[in-house]
Design a protein around this ligand. Structure first.
Ligand code: PMP
Ligand code: GLN
Length: 402
């Protein structure tokens, strides 16, 4: 914490020798305010709007998962677990990752349970990025990446995704690499645009990074939300990338429990050893009964195997409803987000449009500028379709006048 010295103002109550002194604080993140997700959720409540802004399901998780957590509590799993996480959960994850992506992580030394993906991302960056290092992010990107890099003393290098389809632009990425590049953060399926990486994209990245020591932080929290028969391209499926990557995911997305804040990170032992040095002083451990409950629940692949079809139905219902409006629908190949171009409806900047939509139409959305360092060229807002059919239909009813 850094405090600047302050000369108390002369006169008035605050000048009294007994008045408490308010230290001047120099912000570590001077450009950061409250996240757009909290802002839009609060606005949705204020206006009684249907909240398609912040990304979270409005339906409950499987009762069996709740029961598994209760059972763990009743069985006395209520004290600190081992620092990297409950062994049964790490073993279940190692088996799942091997089955899905063909790479075997060592459950003892290569997997750590985190307090959500957010902590995994911050901890990975604090552990591996030194002051002055450059970290590449592909813009638009999730809002925590930039501040996490800044907190580590790194420099954020922003490479635009291809504006036509929000896919990787390899030439631009290649041009951004420098001797100071320490890491690149990638995210597939992508928040906010719903684009997904192909195996070919992964291979191209592997080739590009081959002569370098650049690390990859791969944010794969939406790994089970890939549509239209495509498969999720994980860095762990490409041995060359797995050897230089930290793979981050979240049970919050997969099991409809965003409020539990339990995620995981997988990485080669040498990287994981550094990760854990920070993790142990960051949170030390993540709550025990939920880890036991999740370990039991992971034994059955059905809940995550059903997820693509489950969310694809919601995507299709929502897109079909929006087709009758003047919104221009962008493709959505994965994630639970649908982006729309609203230029046929309004010329407002996206934040104002999202506020207007919330207050006047009664549907909250997220402006895409929240994922950019500068105002984006195209007027787009993001809707979250992780909602019940009734919620989606009510939102569509309200949006139908546009
Ligand atoms: N990465 C991305 C791309 C996300 O969308 C989110 C949350 N929605 C996170 C990370 C954070 O996940 P968690 O809630 O598990 O911290
Ligand atoms: N990741 C979620 C989203 O994109 C929100 C998480 C949060 O509120 N920080 O909407």
């Amino acid at each position: 914490m850094s405090f600047e010295t302050q000369t108390p103002p002369a006169g008035g109550a605050s000048a009294s020798p007994t008045a408490p002194r308010t230290p001047l604080v120099t912000s570590r993140l001077p450009e950061v305010g409250t996240t757009i997700f909290s802002v839009m959720s609060a606005l949705a409540v204020k206006h009684g709007a249907v909240n398609l802004g912040q990304g979270f399901p409005d339906f409950d998780c499987a009762p069996g998962l709740v029961e598994a957590v209760h059972a763990a509590m009743r069985a006395g799993h209520n004290q600190y677990p081992p620092m990297p996480g409950v062994p049964a959960l790490r073993q279940a994850l190692a088996a799942k990752i091997e089955r899905l992506y063909g790479h075997r992580y060592n459950a003892d030394s290569e997997i750590t349970i985190t307090a959500g993906a957010t902590q995994g991302i911050l901890t990975a960056i604090l552990a591996l990025v030194h002051p002055g290092d450059e970290v590449i992010v592909l813009e638009p990107c999730y809002d925590s990446y930039g501040p996490a890099i800044t907190l580590a003393g790194g420099t954020v290098v922003r490479v635009p995704l291809n504006p036509a389809d929000f896919r990787l632009d390899l030439a631009q990425l290649s041009a951004a690499l420098s001797p100071r590049t320490r890491a690149i953060i990638i995210n597939t399926p992508h928040n906010p645009t719903g684009s997904v990486w192909s195996t070919g994209d992964m291979q191209a990245l592997a080739e590009l990074l081959r002569p370098t020591d650049v690390l990859v932080l791969s944010d794969e929290v939406y790994e089970h939300m890939v549509f239209d028969g495509q498969v999720h391209a994980s860095v762990s499926a490409v041995p060359e990338l797995a050897a230089r990557s930290l793979v981050i995911s979240s049970f919050g997305k997969t099991y409809h429990v965003t409020g539990w804040k339990v995620g995981h990170v997988a990485a080669p032992a040498a990287l994981m050893a550094e990760f854990r040095k920070v993790h142990q002083f960051n949170v030390f451990t993540v709550n025990t009964p939920m880890q036991h409950g999740l370990a039991a629940w992971l034994a059955d692949p059905l809940p995550y195997e059903e997820l693509p079809a489950f969310y694809q139905r919601k995507r299709d219902r929502f897109r079909a409803g929006l087709a009758g409006t003047r919104f221009e629908l962008l493709p959505c190949a994965g994630s639970y987000f649908q982006c729309v171009d609203y230029s046929r409806i309004s010329s407002l900047p996206d934040q104002q449009f999202a506020e207007w939509l919330t207050a006047e139409v009664g549907v909250a959305a997220i402006p895409l500028s929240a994922f950019y360092s500068r105002p984006p060229a195209r007027p787009i807002v993001r809707f979250c379709f992780a909602k019940t059919e009734a919620t989606l239909d009510e939102a569509l009813r309200r949006l139908s006048r546009l």
